[in-house]
Design a protein around this ligand. Structure first.
Ligand SMILES: *Cc1c(COP(=O)(O)O)cnc(C)c1O
Length: 393
């Protein structure tokens, strides 16, 4: 008999009752160290007092009005986002997939409004993840994502990850945009080399097409810059943001330059909930924390410390760990053939450490950005014990 909740998730046999900073307390009282942060969502940990205050305050004032009216909270958050990024304008959504949907529609509309409706194709990369809607699975194209859900949305050209020559060859007279995650998340924490990002930007400029970045997982301070593309010294034309931006409250955003957004006039796009006052009140509080002086410096210091501990872990467990990769507090532990990342995730859970699996036999480490060094050391010690469990199994 089917469960009352549609069984589309392979869930771990744990449920949590409360969270405090980087810790989760299970319904049986067991404390787990959280190196998953709700898949890079709880950027400031659990029950952050400023986020709780923002939500409670807005909750007592006003929950929802719809976008038939001006929403001051939304304008406030849009101003914070545009002040700190390449973007001139922001469309708010409830999720990452919707932010990518907006990006795809915006790129197509940009060229159709400019009298070039034939320019509608988007080049994407193998191993990508852009969400679970029909457009976003069509964009990513991975077999596991699309199997059984056809016919897919046409208009995407997939090239191998990191293959700049294949990318350049795929750009033609019908190409509107290139879309890429600066660090693939679900794909196994695979950073795109900075030089490759600069080459992609240059190829887009050369052909007069748009660069769309999906920074849903790697953005909002996760890599030690507010957005990961800043490390490469480039800027996109359109960017999808979600996960960390709401700190746990469902919120996404599609950021764009005025030029890229030129086709998005009144009536062309919308959302009932997108940018609702509750979400934007929390989003503004998250932005204030992450952009506060010194916050990202602290993330980079913590990232350096984590990377050092993980390097030692890899040196001590060469039979299990093939390598460590990632940027900032977005790290992947790639396992050797013969060991499964899912088994290491389960062994970490047995050590009361939450981590997240990913493709390419990689375990993701995504702690809250305000995690303490002591908790980072404790987490790596737990991964070390999990490796011992794996070896004994
Ligand atoms: C999580 C994620 C998405 C999808 O976000 P949802 O909120 O689940 O729709 C899209 N792109 C990337 C890179 C992601 O990590």
């Amino acid at each position: 008999m089917i469960a009352p909740v549609l069984p589309t998730y392979a869930r771990a046999p744990v449920s949590f009752d409360r969270g405090e900073g980087s810790w989760l307390i299970a319904t049986d009282g067991t404390r787990y160290l959280d190196f998953g942060a709700g898949i890079a969502v709880c950027a400031l940990g659990h029950a952050h007092p400023k986020l709780v205050a923002a939500l409670e305050d807005q909750g007592r004032r006003l929950w929802h009005t719809s976008n038939l009216f001006h929403i001051p909270r939304q304008e406030e958050l849009a101003e914070k986002l545009t002040a700190h990024t390449f973007a001139d304008t922001v469309f708010f959504t409830n999720s990452g997939a919707e932010a990518v949907e907006c990006a795809i529609k915006m790129a197509r509309k940009h060229f159709s409004a400019a009298g070039q409706p034939e320019r509608h194709r988007i080049v994407t990369f193998e191993g990508a993840f852009h969400g679970r809607t029909l457009a976003t699975i069509s964009a990513a194209g991975g077999a596991k994502l699309v199997d059984g859900f056809g016919p897919l949305l046409p208009g995407f050209d997939h090239v191998p990850f990191g293959d700049i020559d294949a990318l350049k060859a795929a750009i033609g007279p019908e190409t509107a945009a290139v879309m890429i995650e600066p660090v693939q998340g679900e794909g196994g924490i695979r950073p795109v080399p900075r030089e490759a990002l600069r080459e992609i930007r240059a190829a887009c400029d050369e052909h007069g097409i748009l660069l769309i970045l999906d920074e849903i997982q790697c953005g909002m301070g996760r890599t030690g810059k507010l957005f990961a593309h800043e490390w490469a010294g480039i800027a996109p034309d359109i960017m999808a943001v979600a996960k960390g931006i709401g700190g746990g409250f469902p919120l996404g955003a599609c950021l764009a330059t005025e030029h890229a957004a030129s086709g998005m006039t009144a009536g062309t796009h919308g959302s009932t909930y997108g940018g609702n006052p509750l979400a934007c009140a929390v989003g503004a509080a998250v932005m204030d924390e992450i952009t506060a002086p010194g916050f990202l410096d602290a993330v980079n210091a913590k990232a350096g410390y984590l990377r050092q501990r993980l390097g030692e872990l890899a040196d001590e467990n060469p039979d299990i760990i093939e390598g460590i990769r990632g940027e900032g507090l977005m790290q992947g532990v790639k396992l050797r053939d013969g060991h499964a990342a899912a088994d290491l995730v389960a062994a970490c859970r047995d050590e009361h450490l939450v981590t997240v699996g990913a493709a390419d036999n990689t375990m993701r480490i995504l702690p809250p950005l305000n995690v303490s060094d002591a908790d980072l050391a404790e987490g790596v010690a737990r991964i070390s014990r999990a490796c011992t469990r794996l070896r004994a199994a």
